[in-house]
Design a protein around this ligand. Structure first.
Ligand SMILES: Nc1nc2c(ncn2[C@@H]2O[C@H](COP(=O)(O)OP(=O)(O)O)[C@@H](O)[C@H]2O)c(=O)[nH]1
Ligand SMILES: [Mg+2]
Length: 325
C-alpha cells in the first residue's frame, strides 16, 4: 500500500471516530469487499471498540424481526441513543423482497442522522459473511453507536457464528411456531438470552409461551441467567419497552458476572476464524509457489515422501511465508 493510501485510511478512521457518516459508509464498503487496507483499519479502530451493546435478533423468516427492530430503534432514539442496524441476509441482496421491505420500513429512521442502517448480503463479502459482520460491528462501535442491532434470518451455522459476536441474543418466534419449538436446534437454546413471541395481537400465545418455558426448564444447560420469554406486538408496540428493559438487565447481568471469561471464549473463536481465513487465502493466492508444489508432488509420486508428510512440509512453508518477504 502506498504512503498516500495509508494517510487516506488514517484520515477516514479519524473522521469515523469523530462520528462522520460518510467515512463510516466508505469504511464498511471496504470491509465488505475485503479490500486491502481492511486490516490496517481494524488495527486503528480496535482500541476504540468494546463500548456498544451488541444485540443479535434471529428467528424464522416472517416472525417479525425487522418490524421489532424498527420499533426498538424508535424506543432507543427516544432515549437519544445512537443506533446501528445490520441486516444480514445470506440470500441474494438483490432478489429478496424482505430486504426491500426492510428498507422501506426503515426509511423514517434512515433519515435520522443518529441511526445507521446497513444491509449485508453474501455478494461482496468475500471474506465470509460472519467475518465481515463482526468487523462491521467494530466499525459501528467505534463510530459511536450505543446499541448495534444485528438481524439474521434462520438458525444455520452462519447465523450462529454471527450471533456469537452479540452481547445479547433475542430469538423471535411467531404465534404459529408451536410445532417448531420441539424441533428447534439445540444451538438456538444455547444462544438465546431472550425469547420473544411476536404478533401477540393476532393470537393467544399462552400455550407457546408455556412450551418455551418448559423447554427452558428441561434444558440441561447450566445457566445463571434464565432467558425470559416475552410477548410483543411490533404492530401495536406492546411489550417493546419491556424488551428493551430486559435487554439492559441482561447486559448488566453479563457485566456483573465477569464478562471477560465469556469474551475470551468469543475472541478465541474469532482468532481461529481469522487464522483459518488467512491460511485459506494463502493457499488460494499462491502462498506456495508452483515450483514448491510441483517439487513436492514429484516427491510423493516417486514414493520418497508420503502425502501427510508432504502436506505438513508445505504447510510449514505456507505459514512461514510473509508478504513481501
Ligand atoms: N399483526 C402483526 N403483524 C406483524 C407483527 N410483526 C410483524 N408483522 C408482519 O409480519 C410480516 C413479517 O414481518 P417482518 O418484520 O418482515 O419479519 P422478519 O422476516 O422476521 O423480519 C410483515 O407483514 C409484518 O407487517 C406483529 O406484531 N403483529
Ligand atoms: Mg427481516
Amino acid at each position: 500500500m502506498s504512503t498516500s493510501g495509508v494517510i487516506k485510511l488514517a484520515d477516514y478512521v479519524d473522521k469515523l471516530l469523530e462520528g462522520d457518516r460518510r467515512s463510516a459508509a466508505k469504511i464498511i464498503t471496504l470491509i465488505e469487499n475485503d479490500l486491502p487496507g481492511k486490516e490496517e483499519i481494524i488495527r486503528r479502530v480496535y482500541p476504540h471498540t468494546g463500548r456498544a451493546h451488541v444485540i443479535g435478533v434471529t428467528g424464522p423468516p416472517g416472525a417479525g424481526k425487522s418490524s421489532l427492530i424498527d420499533r426498538l430503534v424508535g424506543t432507543l432514539r427516544a432515549e437519544d441513543l445512537r443506533v446501528g442496524v445490520i441486516a444480514v441476509d445470506p440470500s441474494s441482496p438483490f432478489s429478496g423482497g424482505a430486504l426491500l421491505g426492510d428498507r422501506i420500513r426503515m426509511q423514517e429512521h434512515a433519515l435520522d442522522r443518529k441511526v445507521f442502517i446497513r444491509s449485508m448480503g453474501t455478494r461482496g463479502t468475500l471474506g465470509g459473511l460472519s467475518r465481515a459482520t463482526k468487523d462491521v460491528v467494530k466499525i459501528l462501535d467505534a463510530y459511536g453507536c450505543d446499541v448495534i442491532l444485528i438481524e439474521t434470518v434462520g438458525v444455520g451455522q452462519t447465523e450462529l457464528d454471527i450471533m456469537h459476536c452479540a452481547d445479547s441474543t433475542v430469538v423471535v418466534l411467531g404465534p404459529g411456531a408451536g410445532d417448531r419449538i420441539q424441533a428447534m436446534k439445540a444451538g438456538i437454546m444455547e444462544i438465546a438470552d431472550l425469547f420473544v413471541i411476536n404478533k401477540c395481537d393476532t393470537a393467544d400465545v399462552t400455550r407457546i409461551k408455556n412450551d418455551i418455558e418448559n423447554m427452558i426448564d428441561l434444558s440441561p444447560l447450566a445457566r445463571d441467567w434464565r432467558p425470559p420469554v416475552l410477548k410483543t406486538s411490533a404492530f401495536t408496540g406492546d411489550g417493546i419497552g419491556g424488551l428493551w428493559e430486559r435487554l439492559q438487565a441482561h447486559k448488566a447481568f453479563k457485566i456483573s458476572s465477569g464478562r471477560s471469561a465469556l469474551e475470551a471464549e468469543k475472541l478465541k473463536a474469532e482468532l481461529l476464524e481469522i487464522m483459518y481465513g488467512k491460511v485459506m487465502e494463502r493457499l488460494s493466492t499462491g502462498g506456495l509457489s508452483n515450483g514448491k508444489m510441483k517439487e513436492m508432488i514429484d516427491s510423493v509420486l516417486e514414493r520418497r515422501v508420503d502425502p501427510y508428510t508432504a502436506a505438513d512440509t508445505l504447510l510449514e512453508k505456507l505459514i512461514c511465508f510473509r508478504e513481501g518477504a
